[in-house]
Design a protein around this ligand. Structure first.
Ligand code: NDP
Length: 375
């Protein structure tokens, strides 16, 4: 099957463009901000499978994951995903391009691509095991890409896909919410002012849920403008006290982690199918520290123990994950173009300012998204 895979891959390894290099920000090893290196000689992406497209990136969005990946977080698990048969030498991921969000234009389509043509304007959330968007071009599967909302500029569009598909995966696929069942639901978002939170508030409000948000006091106006019905300031003291005096919730989306799961599940309505969905999971970290087999076993054991512990109290504990999805982005585009959701761009950097953009991300206290204009 390895031989088939290799020959099958070669059949489509012809990129129409005669270019072989492009400008990109890369890292050659993991570390702090000084590992970021600008090069004009990064390898030009190649279509290896007939369902792939090459996208010319006009704007790239950054996520906390980019800073963590620069530091080496997830390296073991992501290497396994890139090279499942473990054929390549360690370090073969370098030079690595970071950047998980892209908005741009299709430059070339593989032979089986039906829904896109050259010059189509698209947006995409790029899976962490693939080369990222801090480059002039990126190669993606057509099912990870979607036509960009017409009402957004490329800078705005690059602020949405990764956090939007994460919120979609957590709230819809894991949490079981959708536009038809939110009307009487009470949802609590722990950490409403960052990328995922600002998107989740708007999506849930568009679907008619009642949304309570925790954030810093200086973000209260900001999250209320996005539609939050009730806001609790976590800087004023432990949030569990004011939150426990409120009517109980049908779903909690946790963007904060730490000790939240010690108290937050008590805020759910028991025996009603209510769920706590946390985006802060030990999954990649376990693999980094214990290796693939033991790390996965450890994660499965931890997850199962927590699920059972809470199930006997009548509430559900779940881990939420980013999942690349062109179809989810198609639905999000409809909501954006209908004026139900807006992109929240906090700060824009030029392509030459990528290290400054990472510095900004590292300071935390995001109020929406950080975007890099590539061209
Ligand atoms: P951001 O950095 O954009 O936002 C985090 C926000 O949380 C900031 O606005 C911050 O502002 C606020 N905050 C910090 N501490 C608290 C607190 N104790 N209570 C309430 N708010 C707080 O991150 P994202 O929204 O992009 O991501 C959120 C988390 O989800 C990250 O940890 C990220 O790694 C994770 N994630 C996981 C994914 C997965 O696949 N499992 C996918 C995507 C994200 P301030 O400090 O000023 O209050």
């Amino acid at each position: 099957s390895v031989c088939w895979h290799v020959s099958h891959t070669r059949m489509f390894s012809v990129t129409k463009s005669s270019r072989t290099i492009m400008p990109a920000w890369v890292i050659d090893k993991y570390g702090s901000n000084d590992v970021l290196r600008f090069t004009r000689n990064a390898g030009f992406p190649v279509i290896n499978y007939p369902n792939e497209v090459i996208v010319k990136v006009l704007s790239a969005g950054l996520n906390p994951l980019d800073v963590s990946m620069r530091d080496g977080y997830g390296a073991a698990a992501l290497s396994m995903k890139r090279d499942p048969l473990n054929i390549k030498q360690s370090g073969s991921e370098f030079p690595l391009v970071l950047g998980r969000d892209a908005s741009g234009v299709i430059m070339e389509c593989g032979l089986d691509v039906k829904h896109f043509r050259e010059r189509d304007e698209v947006w995409a959330a790029i899976p962490p095991w693939k080369q990222g968007s801090l480059a002039e071009f990126v190669v993606l599967s057509a099912n990870e890409v979607s036509h960009k909302p017409k009402s957004l500029s490329h800078v705005e569009a690059a602020a949405v896909p990764y956090v939007a598909t994460t919120a979609w995966s957590a709230l819809v696929n894991t949490g079981g919410l959708n536009k038809d069942n939110c009307a009487k639901k009470r949802v609590l978002i722990l950490g409403g002012s960052g990328g995922v939170g600002t998107f989740a508030i708007q999506m849930l409000k568009a679907w008619g849920a009642h949304v309570t948000v925790t954030c810093s006091q200086n973000a209260e106006r900001f999250v209320r403008d996005l539609g939050a019905d009730h806001v609790v300031d976590y800087t004023a003291g432990p949030v569990e006290e004011p939150l426990s005096s409120l009517e109980k919730f049908d779903l909690i989306l946790d963007n904060v982690g730490g000790d939240t799961e010690r108290w937050a599940l008590n805020l759910l309505k028991p025996w009603c199918g209510a769920k706590f969905v946390t985006l802060i999971t030990p999954f990649l970290q376990n693999i980094d520290s214990l290796g693939i087999a033991d790390g996965m076993m450890q994660s499965a054991a931890t997850g199962a123990t927590k699920m059972l512990k809470h199930l006997v109290k009548g509430v559900h504990y779940r881990w939420g994950f980013f999942a690349p999805s062109g179809p989810a982005l198609d639905e999000i585009r409809e909501m954006v173009d209908a004026g139900q959701i807006r992109a929240v761009v906090e700060e824009t950097f030029s392509f030459s300012q990528v290290p400054q953009a990472f510095e900004k991300m590292e300071k935390g206290h995001a109020r929406g998204k950080t975007v890099v204009q590539i061209s």
